[in-house]
Design a protein around this ligand. Structure first.
Ligand code: KIV
Ligand code: NA
Length: 265
């Protein structure tokens, strides 16, 4: 396989080919995702929820993101690996943002970084881009700002917020981001954004008129079962299937069915 690069993604948009993206946080899962033909693997800070059980994405550290990312990079032979800059690793000033991005690139081997926000983080993004590190933007619902908004409901339904989002997207393209994630915004607005910029727009809960889709791996596999937003399509019911398998194992141990004659030395 030929390695997907940031250039490939921009070409895909130009050619009208949709971009597939999923999260992964460890080697074994990333190996499956990469082998199945995904275009982009996101080492999301959703690892804070999915891997560590935190209620928000805020607690995960840069060191922890680097650990997850390095595991994913060892498995990704074809896909482009994007790594989230965690909360607190880029908001103070552009120099800190660049230092954090450099740590991710050097210590994990990831291929690019993603960070949340528009004009507030413009200077930080420019610094990172100046160092030759590709940056993916993230607008709309930005989970690192949850305490500012108070809820995870749909964003940019009001005219003013929608206009700001469109402006931010154009700015991100202008300064050199290679793609933008749009999370949980009206499909019509997402369509307008995708038509207004030539870099790929990857949606999650942003409707079909964008250039690609992203989901959290454990959600689409049905490993998690308490999170049920409208945009989530589940392709498996792994929570139920794993529960069945594990309780079968428990029963087999208790009943001494396992191990049998051929499962011993
Ligand atoms: O951390 C994450 O999983 C994300 C996606 C939802 C885009 O940022
Ligand atoms: Na994220």
């Amino acid at each position: 396989y030929k390695r997907i690069t940031v250039k490939t993604l921009v070409d895909m948009k130009a050619n009208g080919e949709k971009i597939s993206m999923l999260t992964a946080y460890d080697y074994t899962m990333a190996k499956i995702v990469d082998g199945a033909g995904i275009d982009v693997i996101l080492v999301g800070d959703s690892a804070s929820n999915v891997m560590a059980g935190h209620e928000t994405t805020l607690p995960i550290t840069l060191d922890q993101m680097i650990y997850h990312a390095s595991s994913v990079v060892r498995a990704a032979h074809r896909s482009l690996v994007v790594v989230d800059l965690p909360f607190g690793s880029y908001q103070s000033d552009p120099k800190e943002a660049l230092r954090s991005a450099i740590r991710i690139m050097k210590e994990s081997g990831g291929h690019s970084v993603k960070l949340e926000g528009g004009k507030e983080v413009k200077e930080s993004i420019k610094r990172i881009l100046n160092a030759g590190i590709p940056v993916m933007g993230h607008l709309g619902l930005t989970p690192q700002s949850i305490y500012k908004f108070g809820t995870y409901t749909v964003r940019a339904k009001e005219e003013q917020e929608a206009e700001q989002l469109l402006e931010d997207a154009k700015m991100l393209e202008r300064i050199g981001c290679f793609a933008i994630v749009l999370e949980k915004i009206p499909a019509e607005l997402a369509k307008q954004v995708a038509e207004s910029v030539s870099i790929p727009i990857i949606g999650i809960g942003a409707g079909p008129h964008v250039d690609g889709q992203v989901l959290v791996l454990h959600d689409m596999l049905g490993m998690t079962h308490e999170f049920n937003p409208r945009f989530l399509r589940r392709y498996l019911s792994m929570y139920d299937e794993m529960t069945t398998a594990i309780s079968q194992y428990v029963d087999d141990v208790k009943s001494q069915d396992f191990p049998n004659e051929s499962e011993q030395y």
